[in-house]
Structures are given as C-alpha cells and as structure tokens.
Design a protein. Structure first.
Length: 199
C-alpha cells in the first residue's frame, strides 16, 4: 500500500492542476512578472489552511450543511463573471508585455484579487476542505501525513506555475498572444461563474 504522504501529494496535485480561476490568475501574474512570489505564497498558505480545516473535520460539517456554501456560491459566481468581463475587455484592447510602458498593479490590489479568486470560489472548498479532508481522514492516525503530502503538492504546483510562466514572457511581447490568453481567461471565468450560479 502506498504511503499516505505520496497519496496526499498525488490527490492534491491532480485537483490543483486543473484549469481554474486561481491558476489562470497565477499564470497571468507569472507572465507579467508582477508580485509573483507574494501571489504564490498566498495561494500556498490558503491551501494549507483549507486542507488543514478539512482534515480537522470542517469538511464533514460543510457536507452536513450544504446551505453553508450558498453565500460563497453566488458571491463567487458574480465575482468570476465580473473578472471574466474585465479579461474580455483586455482581450478587446490588448497591450504588449513591456514593463516600461505600464506601471504594475499595487501589491494590495493583486493580493485582494487573488484572495477573492481563491475564497469566493465554492469549488475550492469542495476540492480542498471536503474532498481532500475526506480522503485524508480515511487514513485515520496518518491523516496529517496525507495532509503534508497534499500541501507539498500545492506548494510545488504554485511555485512551478508562477515562476515557470516567466519563460513565456518573450512570447507575450506580442499583443495578439495577450489577446488570446485574455480571451481564454474571459471565456473560462464567465463559464465558471455561470456554471456555479446555475448549479
């Protein structure tokens, strides 16, 4: 039987690596080379808190009271649609990636947006708190070892995504490439928001 540490890593990595609002934001920040380390740190710390809450039993509480997700559900849906519309606007009026042409967004604005994309998305709670929490608790006395594997996967993923995206900066010097990325982000965000709102 595999170690709970390895199983936690694999389970978490599989869930986190799926294309989502948070990953799209980290990718965009990485390409822009804008506040990448604080964004990666916020995403990782958020996952540590959420996965730990699931292992501690919060996931079972949420499962028993599904109505608790409704506020996050509708608030998150509205936020994702709004963020998607902003991405669509950027896609309509693209700009090249030239740091000298445009000052970076303030750190607090970037972190607030990242936190909103993380905590206003009910899928985050279902994946980390409910699902990973349930999987971890199947290992009983070794559930926290499973958790260590899960949060390690989160850290590896976000560091790789945020810092690895820098290699794409040359490609994104072309406004057309930004238009395509922002167009994809717009479609994905609006689609996620609508699907969350209707689910």
């Amino acid at each position: 039987m595999s170690s709970p540490l390895i199983l936690g890593f694999i389970a978490s990595f599989t869930l986190i690596a799926a294309i989502g609002a948070q990953n799209a934001f980290v990718l965009r920040q990485g390409i822009r080379r804008e506040h990448v380390l604080p964004v990666v740190a916020l995403c990782t710390v958020s996952d540590i808190a959420l996965i730990s809450a699931g292992i501690a039993g919060i996931g079972a509480l949420i499962s028993a009271h599904p109505g608790a997700l409704n506020i996050a559900k509708f608030g998150g849906a509205l936020f994702l649609v709004g963020y998607g519309l902003l991405a669509a606007r950027r896609a309509w009026r693209p700009s090249s990636l030239n740091p000298s042409e445009k000052a970076p967004a303030r750190l607090v604005e970037v972190l607030v947006t990242c936190a909103a994309l993380t905590f206003l998305n009910p899928h985050v709670y279902l994946d980390t708190v409910v699902l990973l929490g349930a999987l971890a608790n199947e290992h009983r006395d070794q559930r926290w070892l499973f958790g260590v594997g899960a949060v390690t996967a989160s850290a590896v993923w976000f560091v790789s995504l945020g810092l690895g995206a820098r290699r794409l900066a040359g490609l994104f010097a072309n406004p057309l490439t930004w238009r395509i990325l922002d167009g994809l982000i717009a479609v994905m965000m609006v689609g996620l928001g609508v699907s969350i709102g209707l689910s």
